[in-house]
Ligand binder design. Structure first.
Ligand code: ATP
Ligand code: MG
Length: 233
C-alpha cells in the first residue's frame, strides 16, 4: 500500500460564476520513500492534488488514502496534517511573530517536537539564518520561501508536500533548495509541484497534469537529469 493513493478522484469547486472541475479522474500512488514531481500548466490542478491529500478539499468522486486513512472527517484530516509537512505556494507564516517564533508555534500547534539546533542547521543550509529573528513581512519573497521551507522541514514530517519550492528563488538558491531536498529523498516520501525542470534531478517519477487529468506521459522510470524535451512538445 502506498503512502498516498488516489483512485479516480474528481474535484469540483463551486464559484459565484459556476463550477470548475479541477480534477478529472486522477489515479496515482506514492510509494514509501518515493519522490513524485507534479508538473503542468497554471490552473491544471497541482495545488488541488495537495489540498485533497491534506483533507482541505473533499473529492466529489473517487477514493483517497493517506497513511491508510481517508482524509474525510476532521479527525483523520487533522492527523494527516500533523504528520505531513506542507509548503504552501503562498506562504503561511504569521506576520506578528518572528520567523523563529513561527517555527516554534507551528511545531507546537501540530503536537510535534522541534530540535532548535536542527532549525539553525536547516536555516544555515538555506542561507536564511540571518532572518530567523525578523518578521515574515520584512523578508524578500525568496527569503520567505526558504524560511517557510525551514519551518516545514524542521519537525521531521513523515510526508512532504511541497508546492513550488523553487518559485521566487534565483538559480543559486534554487540549487541550494534542491540539494537540501535531495538529503530527504528516499527517507521521506515527497510530492513536489513545480514548473522547474531542475527538480527532475531528485524525482523518481513525473506526473503531468493538464486540465485536471494526469497525462499519458506518467513516467514509471526515472527521467534523466535535466532532460526536459517532453515539456517542449
Ligand atoms: N478555492 C477555489 N475555488 C474555486 N476554484 C478554484 C479554487 N482553487 C482552485 N480553483 C480552480 O481550480 C483549477 C485548479 O487550480 P489549482 O490551484 O489546483 O491549479 P495549479 O495547477 O496549482 O495552478 P498554478 O500553477 O497556477 O499554481 C483552476 O481552474 C482554479 O482556478
Ligand atoms: Mg498551484
Amino acid at each position: 500500500m502506498g503512502v498516498v493513493e488516489f483512485e479516480d478522484v474528481f474535484v469540483k469547486y463551486e464559484t459565484y460564476t459556476g463550477s470548475v472541475l479541477a480534477l478529472r479522474g486522477v489515479t496515482f500512488s506514492l510509494g514509501k520513500g518515493e519522490t513524485i514531481l507534479v508538473m503542468g500548466p497554471s490552473g491544471s490542478g497541482k495545488t488541488t492534488i495537495l489540498r485533497v491529500i491534506l483533507g482541505l478539499v473533499q473529492p466529489m468522486h473517487g477514493t483517497v488514502r493517506v497513511f491508510g486513512m481517508e482524509p474525510r472527517d476532521g479527525k483523520t484530516g487533522l492527523e494527516i496534517r500533523r504528520r505531513a509537512g506542507y509548503l504552501t505556494q503562498e506562504g503561511k507564516m504569521i506576520n506578528e511573530l518572528t520567523v523563529w517564533e513561527n517555527i516554534m508555534f507551528y511545531a507546537e500547534g501540530r503536537g510535534r517536537r522541534v530540535d532548535e539546533e536542527r532549525v539553525r542547521e536547516l536555516a544555515r543550509e538555506l542561507n536564511v539564518e540571518a532572518v530567523l529573528n525578523k518578521h515574515p513581512n520584512h523578508l524578500s519573497g525568496g527569503e520567505l520561501k526558504r524560511a517557510e521551507l525551514v519551518m516545514v522541514l524542521s519537525d521531521e514530517p513523515e510526508l512532504l508536500l511541497l508546492d513550488e519550492p523553487t518559485s521566487m528563488l534565483d538559480a543559486e538558491n534554487s540549487e541550494v533548495v534542491i540539494d537540501l531536498l535531495s538529503t530527504f529523498k528516499g527517507r521521506v516520501p515527497m510530492i513536489v509541484t513545480s514548473h522547474d525542470p531542475r527538480l527532475f534531478e531528485i524525482s523518481d517519477r513525473v506526473l503531468e497534469v493538464v486540465g485536471g487529468v494526469v497525462g499519458k506521459s506518467l513516467r514509471e522510470t526515472a527521467p534523466s537529469p535535466r532532460r526536459d524535451s517532453h515539456l517542449e512538445r
